[in-house]
Design a protein around this ligand. Structure first.
Ligand code: MN
Length: 765
């Protein structure tokens, strides 16, 4: 052991190119460390570096680099981007030693002490990824991850650094792994980074995940964004010139930065608002970071800068965000205002002091730096960490439920409400009066009968809004009702209620199991795992207990169940498609189910990208998910079912996102190689002015010019505007794009887009 920490033995040998690379990176780490402003302990860092370097000696990463480059990179992120000190730098250097080498946590403890060993131990426990082999273990791992937060929040910060470096170097991983890791990052690590206040890291994680999930869209948006760069630069310079001049004349010390929206957030906006790139107007934001002047005071100065900016530019009345008076729950402080820029576009201006800026960049670590002494008031962040501990003390019956509940509270935007005494409380958006009651005290929640919001009586399901003053009304006779679970959104209230209902549920579950057993005895069929899985698929449930519960409650019924579940297997939707080739006269409704062929399908190689051909001669073993209806050309992923068939989802499908995190091992990457033989259903939504003959023109384009079959048309008009939904059959996205372009050429048509679900058109939107 002694020899390991003796760094002279490395230096004396002639240095290999790999070793040179490692030493160079280490020199950079030391420089970052020296500049960090933390207490220095070079001896300890040196010892950790040499120990890890010896332990990983000779091992390479997939990229071909020496393995040691990874812990070094993580340590650099930890010190430079997250702002942590000596203990964390050492733990980062050692973070993979226990996982990947012979050494144990005890070895680490003997050499580096208890603190570092505990952190390394925490990191080792969650090393297998948050989502492992099976759903239950995944959630269990996630629980472990949260436990480490409550033990020492530095564990999770180093884990985020680890993930960030793995994402930055993800290109050397095989494709199937790439989007699994990307999915997990987007599902858990980005929200978690946001919660801990690492905004920059959160944005980078999102962009990187997005890049691997939708490489083409990513490149498209990126290049369009780059195309607008010169123009944006001009606007920016023009915009800041008068503000800068004025602030200098006022004697302020400050910096102004240009901020451009990230690719991921642009895409998100395009998706949620259903608008094209051109219609996103807030691509540019301006950030003013000021040095607080003692004679003015931090908060007043923010408002004086606000006043200066709005003297030049008109503010948008609804877009002023004052997180200076009331910080966000994750600690973020700043004053945001959107103003009308010189070229007639809206520009967001973010005003922050240097202290606020550091909190925004380094999140929780800066936050604690500014928190002076033991007696400083509890912040929202402390409260959040406390909530985590509470949830962990109160384990859910189902681990997946737990994960969902927790995630609810991870990424939500907040509202502020007041108690009758004027005390301020932060709650997630869409929180109800009942959530508020639980946030004050569980007893208040359990006995809540209603509330007064701004002195008006409301039911306990009432959704609160920012600024509401809420008084909770209780009764000793009240007890929690089952439907309450639908009235609450906070993890805290959900967890409390569930543990109350858990007991009652047991009885219902036992009853449901009995019903199921008897039914299968009656129809004389075995109730094996496969059958249970089919039942779960049929009823769209995740777990056995849910199935028993719903049966026990009488929510679902087993009438003719044998026909339903065994028919389903052979009724693949592709059977329909293949009879729906282009030019075929009519869609044949409801094919009789094919008889169950017992030939097992070949096993799917999960490591390879699945090639989806629509060649009907070939092995067709995929089906199309009904939630998102992907067609050739869409970015898709496959979920492997028990019978080795594959269900295809769009990558951005919310159901797929859930599958990704819960059943990561069952996913394969998939790629279309369409030969334009099969047709797939798609829905086009056309909006426009209700002029005479417009419908005929659209139908003509679809059915005559493109020979596409129309299955269904749904048209609604109101006040001279129409919305039409056309259910059509196409070969892929290429057909859709061509169709859209040509329909758009019709004069009365304003917009055409493909939509995922066949919902009633909404004329108001
Ligand atoms: Mn690692």
């Amino acid at each position: 052991m002694d020899q390991l920490i003796d760094n002279t033995c490395i230096e004396e040998k002639a240095m290999s190119p790999e070793e040179q690379m490692i030493q160079d990176e280490y020199a950079l780490l030391l420089e970052d460390y020296r500049n960090s402003g933390h207490g220095m302990n070079f001896e300890l860092v040196d010892k950790a570096f040499n120990f890890a370097n010896k332990a990983h000696h000779g091992v390479k990463r997939r990229s071909g680099e020496p393995y040691m480059m990874h812990p070094l990179a993580v340590a650099r992120i930890v010190v430079r981007e997250i702002g942590l000190g000596t203990t964390s730098v050492c733990a980062a250097l050692l973070h993979d030693v226990v996982e990947d080498t012979e050494y144990t946590v005890e070895d680490i403890e003997n050499l580096f002490g208890k603190k570092i060993a505990t952190i390394v131990d925490g990191l080792t426990k969650i090393a297998g990824g948050v989502f492992g082999e099976q759903a239950s273990t995944q959630a269990e791992n996630f629980r472990k991850l949260l436990l480490t937060i409550s033990e020492d929040v530095r564990v999770i910060m180093i884990k985020i650094a680890d993930r960030l470096h793995n994402m930055r170097t993800l290109s050397s991983m095989p494709a199937a792994k790439q989007y699994k890791i990307a999915g997990e990052t987007l599902y858990i690590y980005a929200p978690l980074s946001y919660r801990l206040g690492f905004f920059k890291i959160k944005s980078e994680l999102e962009d990187l995940s997005f890049k691997y999930e939708h490489p083409e869209i990513f490149e498209q948006i990126k290049s369009r964004l780059a195309a607008g760069d010169p123009e944006r630069e001009d606007v920016y310079k023009q915009f800041i010139a008068p503000v800068q001049e004025k602030l200098i004349s006022m004697g302020y010390e400050f910096q102004i930065e240009k901020r451009v929206k990230t690719v991921y957030s642009i895409w998100n906006k395009m998706k949620t608002k259903n608008i094209p790139f051109e219609e996103i107007f807030d691509l540019l934001a301006v950030r003013i970071i000021y040095k607080t002047q003692d004679n003015i005071g931090e908060k007043d100065q923010a408002w004086m800068i606000y006043s200066t900016v709005t003297n030049f530019y008109r503010p948008h009345p609804e877009r002023i965000r004052d997180w200076v008076s009331t910080p966000k729950a994750n600690g973020y402080e700043a004053l945001h205002v959107t103003v009308m820029g010189p070229a007639g576009q809206w520009i967001e201006v973010q005003i922050r002091s240097e202290r606020m800026h550091e909190i925004a960049e380094k999140g929780i670590s800066a936050h604690w730096k500014y928190k002076t002494g033991e007696n400083s008031p509890e912040t929202e962040l402390d409260n959040w960490l406390k909530t985590i501990k509470e949830i962990l003390d109160n384990p859910e019956p189902s681990a997946i439920d737990f994960l969902d509940t927790f995630k609810l509270n991870l990424f939500s935007t907040e509202i502020f409400v007041f108690t009758p005494k004027g005390e301020i409380k932060t709650l997630p958006q869409n929180a109800t009066a009942l959530d508020f009651a639980f946030s004050l005290h569980s007893d208040l929640g359990m006995q809540c009968i209603g509330a007064k919001v701004n002195h008006k009586l409301v039911p306990l399901s009432h959704t609160l809004e920012s600024g509401d003053q809420v008084e909770i009304l209780t009764s000793k006779k009240q007890s929690p009702q089952p439907e309450w679970i639908n009235y609450v959104t906070t993890a805290r209230a959900k967890t409390k209620l569930k543990s109350v209902f858990k007991k009652e549920n047991r009885t219902v579950i036992t009853k449901g199991k009995l019903i199921l057993d008897e039914k299968f005895k009656d129809i004389n069929l075995p109730l094996d795992n496969q059958t249970i899985q089919r039942l779960l698929n049929y009823f769209k449930l995740n777990q056995r207990d849910e199935l028993y519960y719903e049966l026990g409650k009488g929510v679902i019924s087993l009438v003719d169940i044998e026909k339903k579940i065994f028919k389903q297997k052979s009724g693949f939707r592709w059977m329909n498609y293949w009879k729906l080739q282009f030019g075929s006269s009519k869609k044949q409704e409801d094919e009789p189910a094919e008889t169950d062929k017992k030939t097992p399908l070949p096993k799917i190689d999960r490591k390879k990208t699945l090639k989806l051909t629509d060649d009907i001669q070939g092995e067709v073993q995929y089906k199309i998910a009904e939630c998102c209806n992907p067609i050739p050309g869409d970015d898709v992923l496959g979920y492997i079912n028990d019978d080795e068939t594959v269900t295809l989802h769009k990558r951005q499908c919310p159901v797929a996102a859930k599958l990704k995190s819960n059943f990561g091992e069952r996913l394969v990457s998939a790629e279309w190689t369409s030969k334009k033989i099969l047709s797939f259903p798609a829905i086009l939504e056309v909006r426009g002015i209700d002029a005479q003959g417009v419908l005929i023109q659209i139908i003509k384009v679809i059915s005559q010019d493109y020979e596409v079959n129309i299955q269904k048309i749904n048209l609604e008009t109101k006040d001279g505007i129409f919305v039409g939904r056309f259910n059509i059959f196409v070969h892929g996205t290429e057909d859709v794009n061509n169709l859209c372009m040509n329909i758009l050429k019709i004069k009365a048509v304003n917009s055409v887009k493909r939509i995922e679900e066949d919902v009633k058109p909404d004329l108001e939107s």
